[in-house]
Design a protein around this ligand. Sequence first.
Ligand code: MG
Length: 381
Amino acid sequence: MQATSLSFCAVVGDAADPLAAREHKETPHAYRSAFQRDRDRVIHARAFRRLAGKTQVFTHRDSDHFRSRLTHTIEVTQIARTAAAALDLNEDLAETLALVHDIGHPPFGHAGEQALDRQLQRYGLHFDHNLHALRIVEYFEQRYAGFRGLNLTLAVREGIIKHSRDYSLAEHPELRAYLLDELPPLEAQLIDLADEIAYLTADMDDGVEAEILSPGDLCRNVSLFEEFYRKMEIRYPDTAPKLLFHEALKRMLNALVNDLVVNTHRRVMEGEIDSLVAVRHAGRRLAAFSEEMEQRRHQAKQYLLQELYHAHYLERDHALAEEIIAGLFQHWIRHPLELPMHHETQIASEGAPRVIADYIAGMTDHFISEQWGHVQASRKK
Ligand code: MG
């Protein structure tokens, strides 16, 4: 058995496991597990393909090398699988949860999400990408004759809701089926941290590509990066800073994943957690960085918040995201009949603001820009 094995806490996912149950009963597959089937359903979903056209942090205005939501998702998946495998957890479940974790994100990255939320707040509502992701897999994806949605297992739907935050039953009675008074399994807990590791390192990479950040600035402000960069300078003298940067960055990523694996294992052992039931009732999330690594991660994140996410370079994109989302949202509030026909019944039951938000959230950067172009052109007529 591996030194860091937590197989006794893993989600089993076999035919007898209630977490592998689906709302609509299906015959087990000859050679794919329930979570492998869920993974394949996510990959074949239209919403998954649209991630290729959604901004992560940088649009593809200046470089095709920046991450999109899709390539970010693949990087999170790689990290989640590595950590789940090292901990002997259910790798298929972790992989599926990572692949689906950003499926509910609107166009234009974080700025788009904030703009959409601001519009909904005017009607006493909120935009939440986890809840939107659940609506996508339960309702909007239509691939089966017998039911709506992808009919995913309970474990995957629970993980979509709970991987990054806790929801109270009082505020969300509609989520009763998702065991809100219990913590999610470790496979789901890992996703949020795999996401952190992926975007922290990727955003440093893209930030240097965009020439907003430099290896020198990173050394002065991010101790974890500096530690590895200095070692690489000694090991590879006379090597271009760009290569030292990549050598340092991948070591930083590896150190974060290693710390997550070792520390999560340590917390389970120290808490005398011996089963999935105990994970669910541990009182705190067990997947976590060590205290020291958490401080260094925080330092890196704060630096990126100050220097990258609010950089002048990105301001134009953020302003455009706000203009387009606010403009289209208000246009459709005034002219709901201009929405595609099939939205009519949904408007009757859920109201125009929610339906418009769902429609906008599903769009790619390209499609929403095109829609905005049509609206502006029709106004000029
Ligand atoms: Mg993410």
